[in-house]
Every structure is written in C-alpha cells, then in structure tokens.
Write a protein that binds this ligand. Structure first.
Ligand code: SAH
Length: 218
C-alpha cells in the first residue's frame, strides 16, 4: 500500500503547477518529502502546539510534517494563491485534519491578531536569506517560540549576516544541526524568540527582502 508520504510526493510531482523543477519530478520523494520528514525528526514539535510553514510553495516541508505529526496544528502560508489552492487540495486528498492553508504575504499576515505571536514554531525552506526570513517569521512567534530554517551549506555565512537582525527582532541563535541522510547537504538552523514580537516588524511588503535589517542603507 502507498504510504501517505509517498502519496504526497506523487501529488506534488503530478500537479499541473511547476511545484518542483521538472528534472526532479521523478525524485520528489527522495529529494523533498524524505528531507522534510528528516527535518521533522530534528524539530520534534510538541503535541498540541501550533506551527507555521512560511512560504510553503507546493507544501514543503509543511505537508510532510503534518503527515508525520498529526497532533500538531500546521498553518501553511504562501504569497501565491494557486500554490495555496494546490496545497489545500493535497491536504484534502491526504485526509489531513490538522492543516490550514492560508494565502497571503508574511508582511501582512504577521500583523493580523489571529496570527501575531500565536505560534510555537515557524519552519521554512528555500524562501529567503536568514536576515529576511527572521523578519518575515518573527511576528508569528510567541515568547519562547522557535524559528527553524532549512538551509544549505551557506548557513554559517547567512547566520553571521543575520546577527543585527536577530538582535533587533529579539531572536537568539539556538542550534545548527546537519539533517541526516538527505540527498543534498542540509542544515536545520534554529533560533528562539524572547517576548512578544517587536512592534513594527515585519516592515511593509518587500522591504524585508529589499533592505534586510542590519545592512547599511545604500
Ligand atoms: N518551501 C517550498 C517553496 C520554496 S519557493 C519548498 O521548499 O519547496 C519560495 C516560496 O515562498 C514561494 O512559493 C513564494 O511564493 C513564497 N514566498 C516568498 N516570499 C513570501 C512572503 N513574503 N510571504 C509569503 N510567502 C512568500
């Protein structure tokens, strides 16, 4: 019988949208879904907690995590409406009761009362360099919340470039662990939030990416 993770890989691979590069269609399970599940083992989210996948795209890592952790509530956010529709369809197909797919930009959603400071964790893969990602994510995190960024081999440079941003956002570096048994070298970098999200962050649409915190204005 097909496992739910295999089914998820098949759904992503066969979606009419280009959710993964064409060359990777045949290896969605090995390259993407398996990696997401391996990330989940490092995250070990607490049962009953609320997590958000920022920039979920075709549902990674959020949908794989929702399969592996059915007792955790997963909010999957993306700025592209058609991706969110696809993700909501996959969640239905898989019978997942613990997934909410939300269309919108983090710059706006993170200021809405229903989301601001409401999450124990934010996970994100392949969305933005750390200074930008930290700003996009922090608004969602409550006191003690965890930002978990799935990164490639550049994680250490990104982390050093993010020091000022982390300070401004009341985030503290916690761990950087290599994710075992992935096809590509992958790290999980975690940061912990202290207190409520600082007022005014994230800044308006596009600024976190165009003018990352801590980079001198040019
Ligand atoms: N996490 C997925 C997709 C990565 S592509 C994966 O690893 O396969 C990056 C995604 O982030 C895109 O789908 C894009 O729409 C989304 N994104 C980028 N900036 C965003 C923002 N500010 N708010 C919400 N989503 C954003």
């Amino acid at each position: 019988m097909e496992t739910p993770l295999r089914r998820l890989a098949r759904l992503i691979a066969h979606a009419p949208l280009n959710l993964v590069a064409a060359a990777e269609r045949s290896s969605v399970y090995e390259r993407h879904v398996f990696e997401a599940a391996a990330v989940g083992r490092l995250l070990a989210p607490a049962p009953g907690s609320r997590w958000l996948d920022l920039g979920t795209g075709g549902g990674l890592p959020g949908l794989a995590l929702a399969v592996v952790y059915p007792d955790v509530s997963w909010t999957l956010v993306d700025a592209t409406q058609k991706k969110i529709r696809a993700v909501a369809g996959f969640a239905d197909d898989l019978g997942l009761q613990n997934v909410v797919a939300v269309h919108g930009r983090a710059e706006r959603l993170a200021h809405e009362a229903r989301f601001r400071g409401q999450f124990s964790g934010v996970v994100s893969r392949a969305v933005a360099p750390l200074p930008t990602l930290a700003e996009l994510a922090r608004g969602f995190l409550g006191d003690g919340g965890e930002l978990a960024a799935v990164k490639g081999p550049t994680w250490a440079e990104e982390l050093s470039a993010a020091q000022t941003a982390l300070r401004m956002l009341h985030l503290e570096f916690s761990t950087a662990r290599e994710v075992p048994e992935t096809v590509r070298a992958t790290w999980l970098v975690t940061m912990r939030a202290t207190g409520r999200p600082p007022v005014g962050y994230p800044r308006r649409d596009g600024l976190p990416r165009q003018q990352p915190l801590g980079r001198p204005a040019t």
